[in-house]
Design a protein around this ligand. Sequence first.
Ligand SMILES: Nc1nc2c(ncn2[C@@H]2O[C@H](COP(=O)(O)OP(=O)(O)OP(=O)(O)O)[C@@H](O)[C@H]2O)c(=O)[nH]1
Ligand SMILES: [Mg+2]
Length: 304
Amino acid sequence: MLHRRITVVTTFTFDCDVPSLSPRRLVLLGKSGVGKSAAGNTILGQKEFRFVRRMNSVTSECSEAHATVSGRSVSVVDTPGLSHTEMEPEELMTEIARSVHLSSPGPHAFLIVIRVTDRFTEQEEEILQQIEMMFGKEVLKYSFILFTHGDWLKEESLQTIMERFPALRRLVDQCGGRFHVFNHEDENNREQVNDLLQKIDSMTEQNGGGHYSNQMLEDAQRFRREEEEQRKPQEKGIMLNIGQLNLPRVGAVCGGLLGAAVGALAGPVGAAVGGLAGPTGAAVGKVVGSVVGVAAGEAFARNK
Ligand SMILES: Nc1nc2c(ncn2[C@@H]2O[C@H](COP(=O)(O)OP(=O)(O)OP(=O)(O)O)[C@@H](O)[C@H]2O)c(=O)[nH]1
Ligand SMILES: [Mg+2]
């Protein structure tokens, strides 16, 4: 009897997408000079983005760089400042939107960079409105406030600063209370980077492992276009109403009123003169008054 030995090789596939080791794609957003590029370098642990202390904006184009950080692949996209000193608003918006494509298939987190030393007013809240306008409401689910210049915080903790500035508290609250403080002066401190990545992991977990996508960006852009289209007819409506006004008639009415007023004024003057010079003077005064009035009225109507 022939015995056949059959060997069954079973392949088990483990899904190795362990959350803490899965790649992370991050986009840095914020005003000019707040330390976006410097923060990008701190995260990657290498000098990829140019940063300098300057009055004018430094970064004018989006750029992507990646590195292995604590055993995982991390990609960072640096963007021009939302308050760029030289770019036109439309050009700036198009360039910043490109960050999503560079972060393909889409970023896990938008790091909204704010300097702890800034004075926090309602104006700071406008940053978030600007970001929402560009990327849509969905963006808040993936947003995270990253404070830079942590070395400037003395004994005061960020919690106490937030108590002093309700606008800042509101800003953080809108991002689900997520924030982290960075100190670029201490760039070799990898703990601050690992802590940030952990916080981003929790956010990603809350988002079911998902990320912001090109589709969300397209939806936001379509929504913005539709809103603009809806606004246009109303603006046109105002223009039409002005266009439909019968200007010659308006001119004639205004002219008539003006003429009557001048006539009324000139009439008594003539009458006074006439009163002095006798009945002829009065008649002449009245005629002069009315002629001046009518002429003024017609001139006004003609100009219209
Ligand atoms: N002391 C201190 N300085 C910092 C920190 N982060 C950034 N800076 C400095 O702030 C300046 C501006 O930093 P950048 O990274 O160029 O700022 P940015 O937001 O990229 O600016 P733009 O490219 O113009 O939009 C640089 O001189 C940095 O060295 C920080 O945590 N502490
Ligand atoms: Mg920069």
